[in-house]
Design a protein around this ligand. Structure first.
Ligand code: FES
Length: 630
């Protein structure tokens, strides 16, 4: 019989018993402990660092670990959790930098008023009892009344409801409430008058978080909000690693679907508890999410989203019973998944457009939803163009030496004195820093350019005289926080490679903006409004975003941070059938431009790699600032 191994995780002291050959990374998952990962356990990201004191009970250091850990680190017990296999019972320490902390979740977003006309409606009904002179069947009796009293025609009844209808009507003494979904399906018949108990749930499944609003469908008001980290994160932080996981076959796609559903149920539970709402009074869920999350939730094969030409399985909205997915609302409740625009411009993007209202205005708007993939829209009421830019995870802290997500301990704001190069920073939670998140990276690059620590090409100034500039393996790094200031007792630095990662990310975004503007024949001065959606957008400094060339150089007052417009878009389609129709029209009408085949792409991208841009005339305010510094 094979020996079971006990792994104890410190500092919590949590224990888990695992089969031999189970990695520490897998054991942590089984113990429900979050360890950072960007590669989903492939040994390529180097983020899952752990400390093992008793080296005699684990495997030898692997080549993958040698790439990410110095000899000094492996000597002092550092290993990568996904490459470490215990042979005997073991105690493992998860250091601060490898923990998944409490993330800042963007739960609110711009909301626009819509006519209150939800897809679910209730009707209180009192029927005359059948008699020998009126022997109409129960359902016919109900249909006749709904047609006479409310003008409702061509109704159908859910089979589950029909089976119990005779008993329900008689037990209720013919005084009951009917719930109708999608204008024609009776999904519930309840005793008495329950017409005031009518709620819905609007959900945004993001790659990193799930946010849900419980909405009172009688008033259109949000009753409460719930949010959590997307539990799928344990199978990779980004969409591509999760698709790769799903493609490994077996039940893997089902695993992702189950995690999405569990995440929705957790959000539902949190919001219902907070708002004192009974989940049985929720009759519909509307879901926005990027195309991969959409496919995972519905267990649709996601493989082809990751393979050129990146086609989704379906574009139309999906209607499915909540119980078929396992979402714990009313037992006959329904789920409406918003339509999508293209492989990488998903249902969340439809929500963004709907909430920002760029399709209803004559003014020309630029809308960006910044994430690992940044969706960009340019247009107005006449026509909207869209594209998706592979901006990469740098703004989420990935591929940055000391990068991390926007969780407690992340530096989120930075200022650098151009005279002394002294650094001021703020951290999330006002605690000692562990690393730096995306908004800090925008500040860092802008401040380093202002202070001439780096130049227009993003290269370090070799003549800089400050002890903050050092070289590691002959590559320059700038020290933001010394080892005595940080929670990890290690310096937090910004490297040449980090700057280059930000250049690539911002160049991808700006190229998307400039190509759409070119195709729409819009100049910078023609832009009336710039909307920045997404969690990251809300925390960036707009001046610094312009300074590094992440967004066009427009007056700051034209820039609007609109937050989580994916969930507010889902709320709009929950509360208004008109908004739902508009979402469906938008998914068909918004034109998608494939950047990879655009003839101007490579030239635009190369020029945008400069900070802020090779053509400084496109950034007059930055040009002026830099000239003043000359
Ligand atoms: Fe272990 Fe990425 S290297 S999770």
């Amino acid at each position: 019989m094979e020996k079971i191994i006990t792994v104890t995780f410190e500092p919590e002291g949590r224990r888990v018993r695992v089969q031999p050959e189970t990695s520490i990374f897998q054991a942590a998952r089984e113990a429900g402990i979050g360890i950072r990962t960007e590669c989903g356990g492939d040994g390529t990201c180097g983020k899952c660092r752990i400390i093992v004191k008793n080296k005699s009970v684990i495997n030898e250091v692997t080549d993958a670990e040698r790439t990410h850990l110095s000899e000094k680190e492996t000597d002092s017990g550092y290993r990568l959790a996904c490459r470490t296999i215990p042979k005997q019972n073991i105690t493992v320490m998860i250091p601060e930098e490898s923990r998944i902390g409490a993330r800042k979740i963007q739960i609110t977003g711009l909301e626009r008023p819509v006519p209150l006309n939800p897809s679910v409606k209730k009707f209180h009904v009192v029927l005359p009892k059948p008699t020998l002179s009126d022997v109409r069947p129960d359902f016919k009796r109900l249909l006749d009344h709904l047609a006479d009293a409310y003008g409702l025609k061509s109704l159908e009844i859910d089979y589950e409801v029909l089976k119990k209808l005779p008993d329900i009507l008689r037990d209720a003494d013919w005084d009951f409430t009917v719930t109708i979904w999608d204008g024609h399906v009776i999904i519930a018949v309840e005793a008495g008058d329950t017409a005031d108990k009518l709620f819905g749930l609007a959900i945004d499944i993001g790659t990193s978080k799930i946010v849900g609003y419980v909405v009172n469908l009688m008033t259109g008001q949000t009753a409460s909000i719930g949010s959590i980290e997307n539990p799928q994160i344990m199978h990779g932080e980004d969409v591509i690693s999760r698709i790769t996981f799903a493609m490994a076959g077996g039940e893997k796609l089902k695993v992702l679907q189950k995690l999405a559903v569990e995440g929705i149920n957790d959000v539902l539970h949190e919001a219902c508890t907070q708002g004192n709402v009974d989940s049985n009074d929720i009759y519909e869920v509307t879901v926005a999410g990027n195309t991969a999350m959409h496919h995972f939730l519905l267990a649709i094969q996601p493989k082809y989203l990751a393979l050129s030409p990146y086609t989704p399985a379906v574009k139309k909205p999906i209607k499915v019973k909540a119980k078929e997915l396992g979402i714990k609302i009313h037992r006959n409740g329904a789920v409406y998944v918003l339509p999508i625009i293209a492989g990488f411009v998903g249902a969340d993007a439809v929500g963004d457009v709907l909430s920002s209202g760029i399709h209803e205005s004559k003014e020309i708007s630029l809308l960006l939803d910044i994430g690992t993939n940044t969706e960009v829209f340019v247009g107005n009421t006449e026509d909207i163009l869209s594209c998706s830019c592979a901006s990469g995870p740098a703004f989420e802290g990935a591929h940055i030496k000391h990068g991390m997500k926007a969780v407690t301990g992340a530096i989120e704001k930075v200022r650098i004195s151009p005279d002394t190069y002294e650094v001021e920073y703020e951290t999330i939670g006002n605690v000692k820093p562990i690393g730096l998140c995306g908004s800090a990276m925008v500040d860092v690059v802008a401040e380093m350019l202002r202070s001439r620590i780096i130049n227009h090409h993003g290269r370090f100034n070799p003549n800089l005289k400050t002890s903050r500039l050092k070289k590691v393996n002959n590559i320059p790094e700038f020290v933001l926080a010394g080892e005595n200031e940080t929670a990890t007792r290690k310096e937090i630095t910004v490297t040449q490679k980090d700057i280059n990662e930000i250049q690539l990310a911002k160049a991808a975004m700006f190229t998307g903006c400039s190509i759409l503007m070119k195709r729409k024949n819009v100049k910078r001065k023609d832009l009336d409004r710039v909307f920045i959606a997404g969690a990251f957008g809300n925390y960036i400094n707009p001046e610094n975003a312009k300074f590094i060339g992440l967004v066009p150089d427009v007056p700051t007052e034209k820039i609007n941070f609109v937050g989580n417009t994916a969930v507010t878009g889902a709320k709009m389609v929950l509360t208004s059938r008109e908004a739902r129709e508009t979402a469906e029209i938008l998914s068909r009408r918004v034109r998608y431009i494939e950047l990879a085949i655009d003839p101007d792409f490579s030239q635009e991208f190369t020029r945008a790699l400069f900070i802020p841009h090779r053509d400084l005339d496109r950034f007059p305010s930055v040009k002026e600032h830099l000239e003043r510094l000359e």
